[in-house]
Design a protein around this ligand. Structure first.
Ligand SMILES: NC(=O)c1ccc[n+]([C@@H]2O[C@H](COP(=O)([O-])OP(=O)(O)OC[C@H]3O[C@@H](n4cnc5c(N)ncnc54)[C@H](OP(=O)(O)O)[C@@H]3O)[C@@H](O)[C@H]2O)c1
Length: 272
């Protein structure tokens, strides 16, 4: 049985991924900072990415690490860099020292791509993000690429579903982030994020950065409306209609096929 450590298991993505991985038959450990209620069949290991001494117990004996833990729902740039870059550095160091044959799969973000895109973003496109969140994730990707470990990076899109509240948060986020209602973003349902992680754990993504997307980008306006938290429309022109789109050719070539093909299918099936 493969023993797996999941970081970020209490987050929007991790709390929906962990029971799926456990159900798949992985022997799951979750790195937790507090008293988190974890799904049956999984074990919590107390630790913090900020505290290297706590990571040894978490990684010893694991065959795989799925590294989701991150900070980005904050305006504290120092905290973002500390968790996303320094925390990843600490995790990589612990894995190299105590479980060097481990496969490390890390979630990054489609936000790393530049805003001047002329088509959906390819994994090979140049990235020079200015904001702390995507810049710290890109820097963490580079640490992993240079680590000498077996690695894969999943660049996640806007993840939604299963009542996680992410779609509903758009009503508050859109004005704060200056998002145009007609801007469309690549998305993926939690089920398909799990499918992408499963695929990465087989090794087919080793040494690769891979975009994750259902292939059906959806506008901010539609996402808010589907969540029942509508926002105003706008006839102002979009700065760049391609911004936020991810090319999903590579992940499909690697065997991924989204089980939730569009956000409208998710709405129809009651899994928003
Ligand atoms: N959700 C999306 O739409 C989306 C889109 C693109 C990329 N991603 C990526 O997917 C991953 C998960 O996102 P999410 O939405 O699930 O995030 P989230 O809900 O904000 O959860 C973050 C998780 O990271 C943990 N964490 C933060 N700092 C930590 C530290 N120093 N040590 C240990 N654990 C720490 C948190 O633990 P506590 O509960 O203890 O705070 C929590 O479990 C991130 O890497 C993110 O960049 C997500």
């Amino acid at each position: 049985m493969t023993t797996l450590l999941l970081t970020g298991a209490t987050g929007l993505v991790g709390s929906r991924l962990l029971p799926r991985l456990a159900q798949d038959g992985f022997k799951c450990r979750a790195l937790v900072r507090g008293d988190a209620a974890l799904p049956p069949g999984t074990t919590g290991v107390r630790g913090d990415l900020d505290d290297p001494d706590t990571l040894r117990t978490a990684v010893e004996g694991v065959d795989a690490v799925v590294h989701l833990a991150a900070q980005f729902r904050t305006s504290d740039d120092a905290a973002i860099w500390r968790a996303n870059l320094d925390g990843t550095r600490n995790l990589i160091a612990a894995v190299k020292e105590h479980a060097p044959n481990t496969r490390l799969v890390m979630s990054s973000t489609g936000n790393v791509y530049n805003a001047n895109a002329t088509r959906p973003a390819l994994e090979t496109d140049a990235c020079s993000p200015a904001a702390a969140y995507p810049a710290s994730k890109l820097a963490a990707e580079q640490l992993l690429r240079d680590s000498g470990l077996t690695w894969a990076v999943l660049r996640l899109p806007f993840v939604y579903g299963e009542g996680d509240g992410h779609l509903a948060s758009i009503q508050m986020l859109a004005p704060r982030l200056g998002l145009h209602p007609a801007q469309a973003f690549a998305v993926a349902h939690h089920r398909d994020v799990a499918a992408a992680v499963r695929l990465a754990l087989t090794g087919v993504m080793d040494g690769r950065i891979v975009n994750v997307t259902d292939g059906a980008p959806v506008t901010i306006f539609e996402m808010a409306r589907l969540a029942g938290q509508p926002i105003e429309g706008s006839a102002e022109p979009l700065a760049n209609p391609w911004f936020g789109h991810l090319d999903g050719t590579l992940i499909r070539e690697l065997g991924f096929s989204p089980s939730v093909p569009t956000i409208y299918a998710a709405a129809r099936d009651g899994i928003l």
